[in-house]
Design a protein around this ligand. Sequence first.
Ligand SMILES: [Zn+2]
Length: 243
Amino acid sequence: MGFSVKIKEDAMVASGRHCCLCHKFCGIKIEIHHIKPRAEGGPDTLQNAIPLCFDCHADMRTYDAKHPKGTKYTEGELTRFRDDWFQKVRGSAGVQLGNAVAETDKLIYEKLLATLPWEGSLSFISTNNFAGFSFNTDSLNQLYAFEYLCSTPTFEFIDSDLEGAKANLLNQIRNFSRLIGYNTFPTNNSGFNHVPPEWERENPQHFDNVVNDIHNSASAVCNIYKDLTRMATRKLGIVAGLS
Ligand SMILES: [Zn+2]
């Protein structure tokens, strides 16, 4: 069996097609997970359904109770995450400038801009050539500061669209940090890293792939950031860079 078309529709509308755990907007890359597993008698009802992105859903499936690594989500936790997110989507339908919701989100957005303004790490990665050139690792510090800020539970937009855009940004910045972490190494010049130039001689194909991945991820980060700032201008009336 599985969830009926009606329940799938209800779940998609209620979640706004965002993942209920990481809040990322998923579009069609979304799946519905049984909070209580079907193997344990969990029913195909909306009450037992939680929309998840592919990554979060994969985490649910790979958790092995016999060899536990990490801490499993309980059914109660999943239900709470789901209910909180559905509530946020419902509440966001009528967000208007000047009400208490928008005032709270303005504070969150100002904190985001102070931590991660365009001028700085973002403008750096939008133009830097990572092929064969070393870079000052401090140039990326604002990205790491944003990742750290996102681990604060109160750093969460009330508006579901803004929260989804923030989650997408975090996701792509994590991807960028991972690429930098795996593929760049300290040079003789202290504080500077590079993609090792010997890779270009020894395995040019791999070198090109690595550099392309870094450049593509950097431009994805910058595009998502611009989407977020445009949305915030529209919803909150705050224009980034003009405060
Ligand atoms: Zn997710």
